[in-house]
Design a protein. Structure first.
Lengths: 175, 622
């Protein structure tokens, strides 16, 4: 088995943190892929082909985790031993949940009315909220190192991700 | 690490022996084979100078088979035994085929995939496709003057696992060594990207005879990264023909037609569509078997009207793919048109309007996929050194399993880069439950019934526990061909079950072996001889790869005793290769593979470290 002991950041030679040099990540990803990808081993022995496949899958997993802010934050917390999205960890502030319910109702109405412009407005608003949560995550994870608080923000962020996914689904339905 | 060069066994061992590799576009309407000659990708023509091979197979009484133009010419005369557009049946059951009534075949609903009854017996779509591939193989070998090392076969990006597996099986049946299944739009991007030295985001719009794909790719420094793909594996030029056919029936006041007339008018419909590419109107003239004359004129405008909904059907997946990639039409630097159906002016206009730019059509849309596939085959066969490009492709449709209540739990999301492996844990529903049924599905819908069922298998021998206590880890792995395998393991006891996803829509290795025997009418000893030959080719490859690896890294990565151990395994392997016993070749090669596993792992680690070091130096240079 390949050396899977190093974490995703170490794999790409990056220092761990929520703020990330996206270009450096992409460059490192591409240079490792150039070495390990199965296309480089189409003519090699079985053992090398199997390893190449394991390595590539590992590198793809690490890359897809680090490139997405939500997954990156979740992973950083995991490195701290915090499983922020554990199903037993569902407590959310009441006002936040109320707000979510209102947004969901609004989305259902916009969807039913097949209101494309309305959807776009909602998407824009939701993105602003999500971006704001992302900013909070950056401060909590990289500066204050308050992982407990960060976990709560991540849980809020998950609600926003789900809402945005539902907006996507609504677009598909309307089109 | 550069690919190592290995000569054909029995041939010159010169290190720069050019290996014969081809790219094959196995299309709904036409198929092609291409190769790289003197550094340039070219389509291989048949002896009459035709580059296209119509994907038409005719079975005759007694088992004779004709393929291509000759078969096409007889298609309306002998519709039951002349199979056109077989690609639409690959990996498909009877219930997947919505237009059964309009097809002249006698279908047999076999488990997994439909089969077709012909005068030469019942044929699976895999066998029919293999006939097309065999012709292309013979054509290539005659032209290149030797046996092929391997082939890259293209598939629509939106093909699901069952359709991919069926395609790979067809290639095996045709005696081809599949270097890779390659997505058609990605193949086209290679042909375009490398010709035009492009960088940036490109969309590949691929409308073939029976399938539609849209892929969004990012090209950077020789890396082709597919960001998202979407499509419709049952939408293509055939559907446009069918609209014209329905119009003919309506205009001529016809209702129920025999199979002969149906084929005749479908052919006329297609001619009319093609004529409308550069003419304002097209005539439809033909005499039915009843003697009735059909004589109509179809205007470009009427054609537009009757096919507008089909054109729109291509834009929906296009929007979805862009959204999945997180991009807007303005982010796209160029749009590549692929597939004969993109010649339709209305398609070009609609795509141009959507992306706000005229699409690229400077390569022949019928050939571009095969040309790109040949370039990739050349790389995979190891004929290039140094400046290889890299393809990073994706899974077109989410993969998951059925959970309680008939719901789908996605394990690998669509557009995940392949190869990929993901695991998820599940638990038991009842106290004392000792077995778990794993139902593997593919698709985006939440209800299992609305997704494609790929396979079912059972994990047995789970120790009895209270409900919810067992931890069953289900691992999905998708390889570089986009093919899935699934494993399940109970974490406490270590009970395991593993499956190549084949049973419900693919063919087992036994079935393929049987078809091989049937198709070649080989005696059993011939099949065995063939197996031995294949083992020896693989064995030779392994020997040379191991020797090259030893020469490169043996001194630095292995100690003396490790080197001795590998040398002993190598000797045993060479010994076995001298004989004619398939079993001992197999045993020796398994042992060598096993014995070099650790060495291969160290080499891989070292190359990853080198890659990172190189990239840090790169940064310093900036």
């Amino acid at each position: 088995m390949p050396d899977f002991n190093c974490n995703h950041f170490e794999l790409f030679g990056l220092s761990p943190g929520f703020a990330i040099d996206a270009e450096a990540l992409e460059r490192a990803y591409r240079s490792i892929q150039s070495e390990v990808h199965p296309d480089r081993f189409a003519h090699a022995g079985e053992a090398e082909q199997r390893l190449s496949m394991q390595w590539t899958a590992r590198v793809n997993e690490a890359y897809s985790t680090l490139r997405r802010p939500f997954e990156r934050a979740r992973y950083l917390l995991e490195l701290q031993g915090i499983h922020a999205l554990d199903p037993n960890n569902t407590k959310m502030p009441a006002d936040f949940l109320m707000q979510q319910m209102e947004w969901r109702e609004a989305l259902a109405e916009t969807r039913a009315a097949r209101d494309f412009a309305g959807l776009q407005r909602m998407e824009k608003d939701m993105r602003i909220v999500a971006d704001n949560l992302q900013g909070q995550l950056a401060a909590l994870l990289d500066e204050q190192r308050d992982y407990v608080q960060a976990a709560e923000v991540l849980r809020k962020y998950r609600f926003m991700e789900k809402l945005l996914a539902e907006i996507d689904a609504a677009y598909e339905e309307i089109e | 690490m550069a690919l190592l060069q290995i000569a054909e066994p029995g041939m010159s061992t010169a290190p720069h022996e050019h290996r014969l590799a081809v790219g094959i576009d196995l299309g709904t309407t036409n198929s092609l084979v291409a190769t790289v000659r003197n550094g340039i990708s070219v389509v291989i023509n048949d002896e009459h100078g035709h580059s296209l091979l119509p994907s038409v197979v005719r079975y005759r009484q007694g088992g004779a088979v004709t393929v291509g133009y000759e078969a096409q010419a007889r298609s309306s005369e002998d519709p039951h035994n002349t199979i056109v557009s077989v690609k639409r049946f690959m990996g498909r059951g009877l219930k997947d085929l919505p237009d059964l009534a309009t097809l002249p075949y006698q279908f047999v609903d076999a488990p997994g995939m439909v089969q077709l009854k012909t005068v030469a017996g019942v044929k699976s779509p895999v066998e029919v496709s293999a006939e097309i591939l065999k012709v292309l193989k013979v054509r290539a070998e005659a032209s290149l003057g030797g046996d092929l090392t391997g082939a890259v076969i293209t598939v629509p990006a939106y093909f699901d696992d069952a359709q991919r597996q069926a395609t790979k099986d067809a290639a095996k049946l045709a005696g081809l060594n599949v270097l890779r299944l390659l997505n058609e739009p990605t193949a086209a991007a290679i042909a375009y990207g490398l010709d035009n030295a492009a960088e940036g985001v490109y969309a590949v719009f691929d409308l073939g005879g029976g399938t539609f794909d849209i892929s969004i790719l990012k090209l950077t420094c020789g890396v082709f990264e597919v960001l998202a793909t979407n499509g419709d594996s049952a939408l293509g030029g055939d559907d446009f023909d069918h609209r014209i056919y329905c119009w003919i029936l309506e205009q001529a006041g016809l209702s129920v037609l025999g199979d002969h007339d149906k084929r005749l008018l479908l052919g006329k419909a297609r001619e009319a569509k093609e004529m409308l590419t550069d003419q304002p109107e097209a005539g439809v003239t033909g005499v039915l078997s009843t003697g009735q004359l059909v004589d109509l004129k179809l205007s470009g405008q009427d054609f537009h009207k009757m096919t507008e909904s089909l054109v729109n059907k291509t834009l929906l997946p296009t929007r979805k793919a862009l959204r999945d990639a997180g991009l807007t039409p303005e982010d796209v630097k160029g749009v590549v048109m692929v597939g004969g159906s993109t010649r339709m002016p209305r398609i070009q206009a609609a795509v141009g309007e959507f992306f706000g730019q005229a699409p690229l059509t400077n390569l022949d849309p019928d050939k571009v996929v095969a040309l790109g596939a040949a370039m990739q085959a050349n790389v995979l066969a190891g004929n290039r050194e140094g400046d290889d490009w890299l393809l990073l492709d994706v899974v077109p449709l989410s993969l998951g399993i059925e959970t309680m209540g008939g719901l789908t739990e996605k394990i690998i999301p669509r557009n995940a880069t392949i190869p990929t492996a993901r695991a998820q844990e599940f638990t038991t529903f009842k106290d004392g439950q000792t077995a778990m049924a794993i139902h593997v599905v593919q698709g985006e819908r939440e209800l299992v019934g609305e997704c494609r069922s790929l396979a079912r298998f059972e994990l047995r021998g789970i120790p009895p526990m209270v409900a919810g206590a067992a931890r069953i880890r289900v691992t999905f792995q998708v390889d570089a061909d986009g093919l899935l395998s699934v494993a399940a393991r109970e974490m406490g006891s270590g009970v395991e079950a593993h499956i190549e996803v084949k049973p419900s829509y693919g063919l087992s290795d036994d079935e393929i072996a049987r078809m091989l025997r049937d198709s070649y009418d080989h005696a059993r000893s011939d099949v065995e001889a063939r197996q031995l030959a294949e083992l020896k080719v693989d064995g030779q490859r392994l020997i040379e790869a191991t020797e090259a690896a030893l020469a490169e890294d043996g001194e630095t990565l292995l100690d003396a005793s490790e080197r001795t151990a590998i040398a002993a395994l190598l000797d045993a392997m060479k010994q076995a290769m001298q004989g004619d016993d398939a079993q001992s070749v197999k045993r020796a090669s398994d042992a060598l593979n096993q014995g070099t596993g650790e060495f291969a792992a160290r080499r891989m680690d070292a190359s990853v470290k080198r890659a990172l070091k190189g990239h840090k130096l790169e940064e310093l240079d900036l």
